[in-house]
Design a protein around this ligand. Sequence first.
Ligand code: PMP
Length: 353
Amino acid sequence: MLINFDAGPAALPKEVLQQASASIVEYNNSGLSILEIPHRGKLFEEILAEANSLVRELLELDSDYEVLWLQGGGRLQFSMVPMNFLAPEATAGYIDSGHWASEALRNARLYGDTLILGSSRADKYTYIPEWEHIPAHLAYVHFTSNNTIYGTQFFGFPHTEVPLVADMSSELFSRRLDYSRFSLIYAVAQKNIGPAGVTLVVIRRSMLDRQKRVLPGILSYKDIAASNSVLNTPPVFAIYCSLLTLRWIKAAGMEAMERRNREKARLLYEAIDRSSVFYGVARPAHRSLMNACFRAHDERHTQAFLDFARERNITGIKGHRSVGGFRASLYNAIGIGEVEQLVQAMADFEAGL
Ligand code: PMP
């Protein structure tokens, strides 16, 4: 098998893939494949209940929060958040820390006014911008806590009474945080949670009553919560795989997961910093623990290193097409040994020049 550093769809733990494969043939001696079980039956009810309770447990959230499983990816959340919570005459704050953050902002403008509280666009999103004072009248403040394309991450969050909404797609379950500071968190599954096709939303119950316009049920957090994520046929298999990953994270423990993620990032960034071939792109204080972005000083070394790494079974390290260079995604399923192999490949490539 290849070592997959792709930003998503990303590597999943081997145990998860093995259990998911076995369940495709037959789920838990039920006589049915996981792909065949009814979405309103007891088997799926149990899967959903366990997944929801693990999400709360791992994020240390109480029953004040609803856990929802939606479709439509991160993109739909960019619209659903303002559709639900931004009235036409109201204003929402956005922190423009990268491509996905600015896409979220662009979508919000379809529904109401927006205020950019900080932006690092002019510097190619190489750092997390500082944010201005947050006016109390804002409907919410939205930010992208980890910028997948640029390899930057928030290590502090605004202190405000205004509800905080965070796109945590490329980092959820990678570190311990006080998640109760957020009113809504969303994360696509295909990075740290499971296969593409499902998006996890964690929302404070009091937000559900703040819906600002009449919406079809499938676009309303309130209606989806009232149906316990089974308003229509949910992606049963994607949710099941997410449950398997959540169990795997629980078995390791969030603290251990975070320690391992910090160690992986340290190994890779140290290798980048001591190299004379490669250099890091993001401002060191804002370097993401999940997506490490780096480049070669000499452009000719970019394709050469991609090929060199591929010969060592390393894949998925090509930077996003909009920025080039390299990006190694160090999500939970990537082990320290795999990062060591990448670091070794970088050293050997450099030695062979
Ligand atoms: N938010 C972030 C932080 C992302 O990295 C991505 C995709 N890479 C998205 C949103 C968009 O997700 P999707 O493709 O599922 O719409």
